[in-house]
Design a protein around this ligand. Structure first.
Ligand code: PLP
Length: 410
């Protein structure tokens, strides 16, 4: 039965009267997911705090991170261990520090970026914190919309690279936040081979969801550093990853990887900042995982908890919004992107807020918060239990329909 503005308003009033308080904003692991790694909290290092080489990890030093853990993630991420550093709990900090070093010192082969007109390509919709970081440093952001099939617009990227101001590009290659897009090998090889006017152009390859599969397919991460070297641009890519959504989001381990020259550059500048990361936490992680298969096995248990939530979101959206909106069906990662009818996203999010459902602000997935079609709504299904997720998605769908009906109303 077609909805009328009046019937939707009545449904919305009834929704408000329920006094819900639900949150779909951030891609945080649920308590049940965090419980999967409670073993970490019980690992007693009181008389076993040395690494395999016998180094006392309680002390300063070991700036590259604990070798055992780096070996595990070298295999998980498909990166040579000598090119992989392990840090503290947030890969965002590695990204921040890379930008600071680039701004103040310049990357290998380049001048400091500070004081120059520096621009970053931002495939959009993308990760709001990437955009917040770049904006905070005064780096100009150029939105590069994904194509309708979720792939990168390589011709547009190639065109932008002719501009010498373009020094960087954000990219979440696996199960992107929030679109779920996956960069395939041909695209990855093209990206590292494209001619760039700026000799110091860098791709910030944020592989935050490298092993976060929602289906039984578990594709291995692309050898992006190898591809870059083969293409004759070995220094083009900075790689980031972390265990934030593998073990415990606030107490995990982050990773930085790149070419030997870039790693040496990063190490040099980091050495004045810290005498080394929290190696005991890294040791606990190495003991907890045991090996790369330990990481993969843990991710399958996350999948068991997460996949039903994504299926629920897809089912409810299908029941409520079929024919009115489209949405992604990601094979991994943490988000569903809902493409509401043009011109309705901000209003729908506002309506949802009025009914007690917190949604990431419309536009957040675009540089400067500017979604040109006012369409994208990011849904993060991981945190709430299914009993809360279902009413939240139903409510959001109602808000989208009401926002659309209001648009058409005189
Ligand atoms: N990168 C992406 C694409 C993310 O979605 C997130 C968290 O949502 C992060 C990085 C944050 O990573 P970390 O916790 O390692 O700082």
């Amino acid at each position: 039965m077609p909805h009328t503005l009046e019937s939707l308003r009545a449904d919305y009033d009834a929704l408000k009267a329920r006094g819900l308080s639900l949150d779909l904003t951030r891609g945080k692991p649920s308590a049940a997911q965090l419980d999967l790694s409670n073993g970490l909290l019980g690992i007693d290092l009181s008389d076993d705090y040395r690494d395999a080489a016998g180094t006392d990890l309680r002390n300063y030093g070991g700036a590259d991170g604990v070798l055992e853990l780096r070996q595990i993630f070298a295999e998980v991420l498909g990166i040579p261990v000598a090119q992989l550093l392990a840090g503290n709990n947030a890969s965002l900090q590695f990204m921040h520090d890379t930008l600071v070093h680039a701004l103040l010192h310049g990357v290998p082969g380049g001048e400091p970026w500070v004081g120059q007109d520096v621009a970053f390509l931002c495939p959009s919709p993308g990760y709001d914190r990437h955009f917040a970081l770049t904006e905070s440093f005064g780096i100009r952001m150029i939105s590069v919309p994904y194509l309708a099939d979720g792939s990168l617009d390589l011709p547009a990227i190639a065109e932008h690279l002719a501009d010498p101001a373009v020094r960087g590009m954000w990219l979440v290659p696996t199960y992107a936040n929030p679109t779920g897009s996956v960069v395939d090998e041909a695209t990855a090889r093209a990206l590292v081979a494209l001619p760039a006017a700026a000799g110091d152009f860098r791709i910030f390859w944020d592989n935050a969801y490298a092993v976060h599969h929602l289906t039984e397919a578990e594709p291995a991460p692309l050898d992006i550093l190898g591809f870059a070297a083969e293409a004759g641009n070995p220094d083009r890519v900075f790689v980031y990853a972390s265990t934030s959504k593998i073990t415990q989001a606030g107490a995990g381990v982050s990773f930085f990887a790149s070419s030997p020259a870039n790693v040496a550059w990063f190490r040099e500048h980091a050495s004045v900042q810290t005498i080394g990361p929290d190696k005991l936490n890294q040791l606990r992680h190495a003991r907890f995982f045991r090996d790369a298969e330990g990481v993969r096995a843990l991710m399958r248990r996350h999948r068991e908890l997460l996949a039903p939530k994504f299926a629920l979101v897809d089912r409810v959206l299908g029941e409520k919004l079929s024919g009115r909106a489209t949405w992604t069906k990601p094979a991994g990662g943490y988000f569903v992107t809902l493409y509401a009818p043009d011109g309705t996203a901000a209003r729908a999010v506002q309506l949802a807020k009025g009914a007690g459902i917190a949604i990431t602000p419309a536009g957040a997935a675009y540089p400067y918060g500017d979604d040109p079609r006012d369409s994208v709504i990011r849904i993060a299904p991981s945190l709430p239990p299914e009993s809360e997720l279902e009413p939240a998605i139903e409510a959001l769908a109602l808000c989208v329909l009401l926002a659309e009906a209001e648009l058409g109303a005189p």
